[in-house]
Design a protein around this ligand. Structure first.
Ligand code: NAG
Ligand code: NAG
Ligand code: NAG
Ligand code: NAG
Length: 755
């Protein structure tokens, strides 16, 4: 009985709320923009004492508003650890005044963004008990502090049990900020070592009635991310028996610092403001976080993350869920790691038995305890064309299983919309089930999200659906079908990994000369903690904490490495082939061989990332060129904006190759002292590419660096699309240091045919 109640709590309360959820999912961005809070950025802080920095903000604001009192009333957040600035409620004329103030660099309207088991770690080869493995070497991430900026945390989850943990690291300066009755100082422990929440610029009337004015997670998104990154091993985790196994985080002994800057509305959509996220980032630097994980939509304010990186914090962002369309990658700042989502070697086959005895296999998240649909009984089966609103007025699907099949319609819209529309319509019509013909793109994530409750949703390919319709429904007088609960299957026969259909794709619209995304990690059907139980979620939001965990493990083994070195190690050791040596594919229409705009360096390979041989390091001062040297006034800083491909990134993207260009890169030896590397060049089509020198030798210890140049020449003068290549440095041992390359040849500088 209790079991049943739990399930009924979870499914959408009514058809209309399902429809609302559907609408929310279809909205491109959270339309929560109108706000009179502005973010005032003042660059590098002038005082080391945070109290002095805040006082200077009050003075600046008082000079515009007339009095200290007015300033104190207006200020929302003061940024004082990572950089100097504040968020305040301002009128248009005050904004204009502030822009003229000498210490002010920019004033921007605060905007809002959407938040975007654990088989995945075994799939990545991160074996728990292997003595020679990375987890062991990294001491399971012990004493690395991973910060999560998200919807908060559910501290009672078994994933955050701190049994056996030593004291909190001494350098930790954070707090456990209590809130309403549900979260007090005892909610933190030696696992969740800190928690803060940011509600000063949240529209309280728009909040879910289940939200808590505390770090407690009413949404589930933040708890899921935290347990994926650093949850302790929990036996017997599953979702209705599916995906059963040990749920664990990638850095299972890392400490968690929680920053709740994202809040849920009644539809369960989480949204986060720039001002709140910036405050979380600022606190994270002051608190002593090592790796900061942000699974949320594209911030329009980028200074925050740059200041973190300048202070040695590795910042990991999700790449967004607007794929497979080109140019949809978000959070593409050159100093962060932008994470794409991939599938893994697990699937959920579901047997479909037709009345004529034929058995077919589709995929579903259907488990035994869906109350209204007995898996022992046959149900009427009906063809319902596209299953859109119009189609469902023409067929009576009540109490039946509908076959949805419409190549024409599906081809005209993003894949996930058609399946969401069908599920919503079938709920309203009180259908028993759906057999949906889909592209060869995995939409299980959408189905798991939307198909809860008394509806069984099965995905099949067009070929199979056609057989059901033409070979059975059209022939039988009263066609029937029986659907068995799904099984979890893992292993070699599941083609994987693939870049997920929804994963945000390059090139970056904001920074075309920076190759993005950087890396792909598992992000489809990830089982992790939500409240007191475990749930599947999919998205680049789920991929992001995987990379944060790997960054934490690398930090644990190499405490002195900069964020750029950690990122380089992850990108240059990634795999571009699956375990059979076949190129990794990217889902979409049609499915294709993945290129760097789908997965950057490739699929993350934690065990190799720990020993990359060479790294591409970057002095954070280099990045300040983006900000006209306002970040840290320095003689070395030249205003070199526009040639981002000259940054020493572990990738090269040239969006405008006319005749020939040369870029420089420097590699630093972090492997054996004596080493010789040879360049292996894979030139992009239509371009000649040369590397000079093509052999580099290291003889001395102490992180020797060598610089080389890479020259690209257009082989023909055409207004071209992007083509892809790579540069790999190979030594005579096991090191293979590969960077991805994307080049577009152009005749005119500004062209409309972008991708
Ligand atoms: C803190 O919260 C826990 C769990 O909600 C509760 O059991 C405990 O009594 C609270 N402690 C205080 C001092 O309020
Ligand atoms: C706050 O949310 C409510 C309910 O959604 C809305 O009516 C109101 O306009 C919002 N206020 C602001 C300042 O955005
Ligand atoms: C649809 O079928 C159901 C079950 O067979 C039946 O109860 C209902 O009246 C039908 N609706 C219409 C509009 O025919
Ligand atoms: C840098 O300076 C240029 C020219 O003055 C200006 O157009 C640009 O907006 C500035 N960039 C930033 C980030 O302030």
């Amino acid at each position: 009985m209790t079991h049943r109640n739990r399930r009924m709590d979870m499914r959408p309360a009514s058809c209309s709320s399902t429809l609302l959820l559907v609408l929310a999912l279809l909205l491109p961005f959270c339309a929560n923009a109108a706000s009179n809070v502005y973010i005032v950025y003042m660059g590098e802080k002038k005082h080391d004492d945070p109290a002095m920095v805040t006082a200077s903000h009050h003075d600046t604001l008082a000079s515009i508003l007339g009095s200290k009192d007015e300033a104190l009333k207006s200020i929302v957040y003061s940024y004082k650890h990572g950089f100097s600035g504040f968020a305040a409620k301002l009128t248009n004329s005050q904004v204009e005044e502030l822009k003229k103030h000498p210490g002010v660099i920019s004033v921007k309207l605060n905007t809002y963004h959407e938040v975007h088991t654990t088989r995945s770690w075994d799939f990545l080869g991160l074996n728990y008990n292997q003595p020679s493995g990375l987890l062991h070497k990294a001491n399971y991430g012990e004493d690395v502090i991973v910060g999560i900026v998200d919807t908060g945390i559910w501290p009672e989850s078994r994933s955050f049990d701190d049994s056996g943990y030593g004291p909190v690291p001494k350098r930790w300066k954070g707090v456990c900020q209590a809130g309403d009755a549900s979260f007090n100082a005892t909610s933190c422990n030696r696992k969740i070592i800190g928690a803060r929440w940011y509600a000063k610029d949240v529209n309280l009337t728009a909040l879910s009635s289940r939200e808590h004015m505390s770090p407690r997670d009413a949404n589930g998104h933040g708890t899921h991310a935290a347990s994926t990154a650093a949850g302790v091993p929990v036996r017997g985790a599953s979702r209705g028996g599916l995906g059963a196994g040990v749920a664990r985080g990638g850095a299972p002994r890392a400490r968690l610092a929680v920053y709740k800057a994202c809040w849920s509305d009644d539809l369960g959509v989480g949204s986060c403001s720039d001002a709140g996220v910036l405050k979380a980032m600022d606190d994270a630097v002051g608190d002593g976080v090592d790796v900061l994980s942000l699974s949320l939509g594209g911030l329009t304010e980028s200074h925050g993350s740059l200041h973190l990186v300048a202070r040695g914090v590795t910042v990991v962002f999700s790449a967004g869920n607007w794929g497979p369309v080109p140019g949809t990658v978000l959070n593409a700042y050159p100093w962060v790691i932008s994470v794409a989502a991939g599938t893994m070697d697990r699937s959920f086959p579901t047997e479909i038995s037709l009345g004529n005895g034929e058995k077919l296999v589709g995929q579903s998240a259907y488990h035994d305890d869906v109350p209204a649909v007995s898996s022992n009984d046959f149900h009427s089966l009906v063809y319902a064309a596209s299953c859109d609103q119009k189609a469902l007025t023409e067929v009576n699907v009540t109490g039946k299983v509908a076959v949805c099949f419409s190549p024409l319609e599906a081809a005209a819209s993003p894949p996930s919309n058609a399946v969401i529309t069908a599920i919503a319509g079938l709920y309203v019509a009180k259908a028993k089930g759906m057999i949906f013909a889909q592209y060869n793109a995995n939409q299980m994530d959408t189905v798991q999200l939307v198909c809860e409750g008394d509806l069984v949703c099965v995905l099949v390919d067009y070929h199979l659906a056609y057989r059901v319709i033409a070979g059975y429904i059209d022939q039988a007088s009263s066609p029937v079908v029986k659907i068995s609960p799904a099984k979890s299957v893992v292993g070699d026969w599941v083609l994987s990994p693939r870049v997920a259909v929804f994963s945000g794709r390059g090139p970056s619209v904001a920074f075309p000369a920076v190759l993005k995304p950087d890396i792909v990690a598992p992000g489809v059907s990830i089982l992790a903690a939500k409240g007191d139980s475990y749930q599947f979620m999919s998205g680049t939001s789920m991929a992001c904490p995987h990379v944060s965990a790997v960054a934490a493990l690398i930090k644990s083994v190499h405490p002195g490495w900069s964020p750029a070195m950690i990122k380089s190690a992850i990108v240059t050791t990634a795999s571009v082939t699956d375990r059979f040596g076949m190129p990794i594919q990217a889902e979409g229409v049609p499915r294709k061989v993945a290129d760097p705009f789908d997965f950057g360096g490739g699929h993350i390979n934690p065990e190799r990332a720990i020993d990359p041989g060479l790294v591409y390091d970057i002095n954070p001062k280099e990045y300040t060129k983006f900000f006209n040297c306002t970040l840290s006034p320095d003689q070395d800083c030249t205003q070199d904006i526009g040639k981002l491909y000259l940054l020493n990134l572990p990738s090269i993207a040239v969006p405008d190759l006319k005749d020939s260009i040369t870029v420089w890169r420097t590699v630093t030896n972090v492997g054996p002292v004596k080493a010789t590397y040879q360049a292996i060049v894979e030139a992009p089509a239509g371009v000649t590419m040369s590397v000079d020198p093509s052999v580099i030798t290291f003889k001395k210890g102490g992180r020797q660096a060598k610089t080389f140049k890479v020259t690209f020449k257009a082989r023909q003068r055409v207004q071209g699309g992007y083509t892809f290549g790579s540069l790999t440095w190979l030594d005579d041992r096991t090191h293979s240091v590969r960077i991805p390359i994307a080049v577009r040849t152009v005749i005119q500088e500004f062209i409309a045919d972008a991708f």
